[in-house]
Design a protein around this ligand. Structure first.
Ligand SMILES: [Zn+2]
Length: 211
């Protein structure tokens, strides 16, 4: 009957278990401990190897996603900076490079325009003498004087030459708004950041009214 088969199965299990226990008992305790330790060491080695491998893969991925290209003046093609230095801070997109002021001509306003967390001190013009197209403004972040001034760029004043790693080709990108860019522009990393929502005012709007 079914019950009889089940009973036989159970007995077989019991028998197997007994045999395993007997085998264990025959292993001297020091040898048993040694084997456990050996297994433990090999497991840790395995985990650490797979972790190292995972970290290496992650590094390769992040290096590959770094944007390669140039930010140029849309009007004349003058080189403004490396695409990899482009950062977003609130509504502002700018080249995070201390030497950026060398690439532009600063036109200082007689009076800075004061906002809650920022002040606009002037205009930034294309550094090419024959061009001088307006690229954006000069902005001081009141809470982040160490990184100020920044030069938020008007999306319509620039173009981006993007180098595509996969096929080695170059694409020229011209957009109306930064949000339309085909890639993600990394946010500016500021060490001790405050929760200052109103710094996210639209620099682009300011420039619109600025004729
Ligand atoms: Zn220009």
């Amino acid at each position: 009957s079914q019950n009889y088969i089940k009973e036989l199965g159970n007995r077989q299990c019991e028998q197997d278990l007994k045999e395993v226990l007997e085998t264990w008992k025959q292993i001297p305790s020091h040898e048993f401990k040694e084997r456990v330790l050996e297994k433990q060491t090999s497991l840790i080695k395995e985990w650490s190897e797979s972790l190292t491998k995972a970290l290496a893969t992650e590094k390769i991925v992040s290096e590959n996603t770094e944007l390669i290209g140039d930010v140029l003046c849309r009007a004349c093609g003058y080189h403004l900076g490396k695409l990899s230095r482009l950062r977003q801070y609130g509504q502002s997109y700018f080249i995070n490079d201390h030497d950026f002021y060398n690439r532009i001509e600063e036109k200082i306003l007689p009076e800075p325009r004061e906002y809650v967390t920022t002040s606009v001190t002037g205009k930034a013009l294309c550094g090419s003498k024959n061009c001088r197209a307006k690229l954006g403004c000069i902005q001081t972040l009141k809470d982040h004087s160490s990184i100020s001034p920044i030069y938020p760029l008007k999306c319509q004043s620039i173009k981006i030459k993007l180098f595509e790693r996969e096929n080695g080709s170059e694409t020229m990108i011209l957009k109306k708004k930064w949000k339309q860019m085909l890639f993600k522009i990394p946010p500016l990393e500021i060490s001790c950041s405050k929760n200052d929502e109103d710094i996210y005012y639209d620099a682009y709007d300011v420039m619109q009214t600025d004729v």
